[in-house]
Ligand binder design. Structure first.
Ligand code: NAD
Ligand code: MG
Length: 390
């Protein structure tokens, strides 16, 4: 039996992962499931999958988790220390599907046991790509992409030489507001931003799709994972979300990856890699689809994209600053403190402020320094929001 652990098991990616595991009874031995505040979901899945351990990220929820698991034989634990401990428990395959920079420390811990880490948590690559790759290398661990675009690129590169790659094109649906008049964007509500035209995902990544902060993170994720230069990465708006990515080779060939918008494809590919197995995803009928559309992203509509390129050009720990500023700006949008279009203004201000604090961005990429930049950038985002309100 293959030992598996799922970080962020109660979220959208976590639940899709559990769906795949449930479809192959007797194949997987579930070591640990982790979640946040949804104790009922966490306990129910841990019991159904006969996990050894269930962990909530919140210490104050240990007692409710214990009660929900009573008599099941599943061990309960809570808090940051418990998350890290779960990452040290031997597993052959670990899903990293916590949302945000909070996924970085458990991901690094998991890599230290030399396992295969399926990485949905793109934020950890954005914040600390070099550190993640170096840790994997040092411990003989493997990182597999789970983001649909990056899984598509990864699949397009099977048997290819990276020297033959000219460019990587990732697609973007354009999100909830792709056809809105730009002038209406400042008034976009939380409910409107939280509904995606093609994908069913967690709330934060759905809003990030509308603002293209998600694509901005994915551009940086592409650079870090595939080690290509910023000018080799392109973004195409593709409203149908059926072509997930394309790899352009030096002989002019363009290899596209197509599939229905269902994350269980990318998760399943990482789960069964290097094999391909049957997956419960819809098959595309191109005669039904009829037409696929592509266009260049409008820079005025999606300022976050331009910021991603500036972040890559700057290098160092700027990715950690960008991600933290984005996370905090998103918190403020969700809380109703700022407008939809203010988010990119907040991140721009934070990047300027952090850059001005001499030397910070060029300090060594350690977990401590990344956490420090993360903390300072969140503070700077709060300051930017407060100034804006005055
Ligand atoms: P989600 O909000 O649905 O789930 C997030 C999970 O992380 C939950 O289990 C939650 O309890 C846990 N969590 C949240 N904050 C935490 C913290 N501080 N510490 C520990 N655990 C915490 O998110 P999602 O949509 O499943 O996304 C998960 C990750 O996968 C993100 O990095 C996202 O960018 C990436 N991703 C998601 C999709 C998708 O289709 N949903 C696609 C590509 C990539
Ligand atoms: Mg994606």
């Amino acid at each position: 039996m293959r030992k598996v652990t799922i970080f962020g098991a109660t979220g959208s990616i976590g639940q899709s992962t559990i769906d795949l595991i449930r479809r192959s009874p007797g194949t997987y031995d579930v070591v640990a499931l982790t979640g946040g505040r949804n104790i009922a979901r966490l306990a129910e899945d841990a019991i159904a999958l006969k996990a050894d351990l269930a962990v909530t990220a919140h210490e104050e929820l240990l007692q409710p988790l214990r009660e929900a698991l009573q008599g099941s034989g599943v061990e309960a634990a809570a808090g940051q220390g418990a998350l890290l401990e779960a990452a040290t428990r031997p597993a052959d395959w670990i899903m990293s599907a916590i949302v945000g920079a909070a996924g970085l420390a458990p991901g690094l811990k998991a890599l230290e046991q030399g396992t295969t880490l399926a990485l949905a948590n793109k934020e950890s690559l954005v914040c600390a790509g070099k550190l993640l790759l170096a840790t994997a290398k040092q411990h003989g661990a493997r990182l597999l992409p789970v983001d649909s675009e990056h899984s598509a690129v990864f699949q397009g590169l099977v048997g290819e030489d990276m020297d033959a790659v000219e460019r990587i094109i990732i697609t973007a649906s354009g999100g909830a507001f792709r056809d809105w008049p730009i002038g209406d964007l400042p008034n976009a509500t939380l409910a409107q931003a939280s509904s995606h035209p093609n994908w069913d995902m967690g709330q934060r990544i759905t809003i990030d799709s509308a603002s293209m902060f998600n694509k901005a993170l994915e551009v940086i994720e592409t650079r870090e994972y595939f080690q290509v230069e910023p000018d080799q990465i392109e973004v195409l708006v593709h409203p149908e979300s059926m072509v997930h990515a394309l790899v352009g080779f030096r002989d002019g060939a363009l290899m596209a990856h197509l599939g229905a918008p269902d994350m269980r494809h990318a998760i399943g590919y990482a789960l069964h890699w290097p094999e391909r197995r049957d997956l419960p995803v819809a098959r595309l009928d191109l005669t039904q689809v009829g037409q696929l559309n592509f266009r260049t992203p409008d820079a005025a509509r999606y300022p976050a994209l331009h910021q991603a390129y500036a972040v890559m050009e700057r290098g160092g720990l700027m990715g950690a600053a960008f991600n933290a500023a984005k996370e905090r700006a998103l918190d403020h949008f969700i809380s109703g403190h700022i407008r939809f279009t203010d988010m990119a203004e907040v991140t721009a201000k934070v990047l300027d402020r952090i850059e001005a604090q001499s030397g910070l961005i060029d300090s060594a990429m350690t977990l401590d320094n990344v956490s420090k930049i993360d903390h300072l950038s969140r503070q700077a985002a709060d300051v930017a929001v407060a100034e804006d309100k005055r």
